[in-house]
Write a protein of this length. Structure first.
Length: 133
């Protein structure tokens, strides 16, 4: 079934027990310019300072392969109150109807994606053979 512009796609958070915060929710929508993704993160009480790393957001085809991905940062986490922040990503895909799911996960700066670069599986847009910006 084809996704009409604005159709909501299945989205999933992939987390590890060692993540410095929780990705509380993530929503993904198909649109004419690709996939729009937004979500929130929550920092546990007692954590202070800047949290290094990024959130890797990826669009997957039915066979599980990645069609597009981005690494993004979240907004400022307040020290008091809700301790929540939001993040957004735009995933460039020519055929959003082909996307079956979207995932979001925390990526540590000392992992394989050090420095906030592209994921190790080299995101590629169907529009070009170059890695996604």
């Amino acid at each position: 079934a084809a996704c009409a512009p604005g159709a909501r796609l299945p989205a999933e958070v992939r987390s590890a027990g060692s993540d410095p915060f929780a990705i509380e929710w993530v929503h993904a929508y198909a649109g004419s310019n690709g996939i729009a993704v937004n979500g929130t993160v929550h920092s546990p009480a007692g954590s202070h300072g800047t949290i290094p790393g990024s959130i890797e957001v990826a669009a997957h085809l039915a066979d599980g392969s990645v069609i597009a991905a981005r690494q993004v940062r979240w907004g400022p986490l307040p020290r008091r109150g809700s301790r929540r922040a939001s993040f957004t990503a735009q995933l460039p895909v020519d055929n959003p109807a082909a996307v079956r799911s979207v995932t979001a996960r925390y990526v540590a700066p000392d992992g394989p994606n050090r420095g906030g670069g592209q994921p190790s599986w080299a995101c590629r847009s169907p529009r070009s053979a170059h890695p996604c910006p």
